[in-house]
Every structure is written in structure tokens, then in C-alpha cells.
Design a protein around this ligand. Sequence first.
Ligand SMILES: [Fe+2]
Length: 218
Amino acid sequence: MMKSEFYNIAKALIYALEIKDPYTSGHSYRVFKIAKELGQMFDLNDDDQFNLEGGSLLHDIGKIGIKDDVLFKPSSLTFEEYTVMKTHVILGANIVSQIPNLKRCLEPILFHHERIDGKGYPHGAERDDIPLIAKITSIADAYDAMTTNRVYMPARMPEEGLEEIIRFSGTQFEPVVVEAFVAWWQKKYKEKDPILNADHTLSAKLEESLLIDTSKLH
Ligand SMILES: [Fe+2]
């Protein structure tokens, strides 16, 4: 499949997700952007870089299949609700597996909530069993989630987001990816890049994210 065809399909899927969940609009695109730039620091080959970009963009697509009362619950989830929420990684992999020849694109989707200490989900995979492109997506996702307002938690400052990523190095996150993230963050901080502080920059979040320009995705 041509890259441009894939991105058109991805854009349609993200559009569908954001119709359901405008609250996290922009999240998919920011995670994609962070993951893409981290991938470039690892000198991935073209296939890996593409699988990282596509998979990180679609990492939460399975949330389309999560019931609204679980997805939008403002307080903490019960054990049963959390079990439902966790299925979004499997649902997402199932959705994207309908597109032929994108097997490795599924890695960031299926593994982005795994932890290197084996305490993540869905499989409790450990360090060496988690693909690098999923480890990269996991950090991009966690950082953006922390620094954005969520129904269950207000946004944290970029510095706090960075500290949290460092705190979980070696347990949740792969240290070598944390190192790359710290270098990336410091560079963006110096450049005053708005990506570090998503909530303060995306004033018209919904419109902006629904009008993703595919040229940005290349
Ligand atoms: Fe997720």
C-alpha cells in the first residue's frame, strides 16, 4: 500500500475517533508527532519508522469500541470498568489488522500499555518482548496524556510530565528511550515548542484536530 493511501485511511479512522471523543482531540496527532521525532533519534530503517508513525497515530483507535460511560467516567474506574478500558488495545489491533500488510503497524497499538517490568497490559510482556516502536509510543502517549486536561485529571506542567517519565524509567519505560525523550524534551524546551504544553496551545482543539492536514503526516 502507498503511504499516502494509508494516511488517508488513518485520517478517516482518527476523524471517527474524535467524533466520539472530542475531549482527547489532538492527542493522536501529538503522540504521532512526538513518536515520529523520537524514532528519528533512533535511526530506524524506513519500514520501522513508517510502522512507528502509523501505529502511534492509531494507538488509541480501539477507544471507538469502549462504552461512553467507561471512556468518559470522571472518577476512577472500578476493576470491571478498567478491564473494559484495557480492551482498547486489542480492539485497536483488530481494527487496523483489517488493512492488509500492516502487521508491524499493530505493535504500537497492541503494546503501548505494556511496561518493561511486565506489569502492563494486555499480555504483561516484558522488556525484550516489547518492540522498540511500542516503547517509543508508550512514552509519547504517557507524556501527552499527563500534560493534557483529561476528564479524570487536570493537565500537569511540562516539567512535571518530564519528571514522571524519568521516575518510571526502568520500570514502566525503557531507559534508553527515556534518555532520548529527555534530550528531545530539552531541545523542545529551548525552542519553546508548543508541543510540550498541548493544553495551552490548542485553543480551538476540536476544529484543529478534525482538520488534520495530511501533509503534516508525512
Ligand atoms: Fe491507550
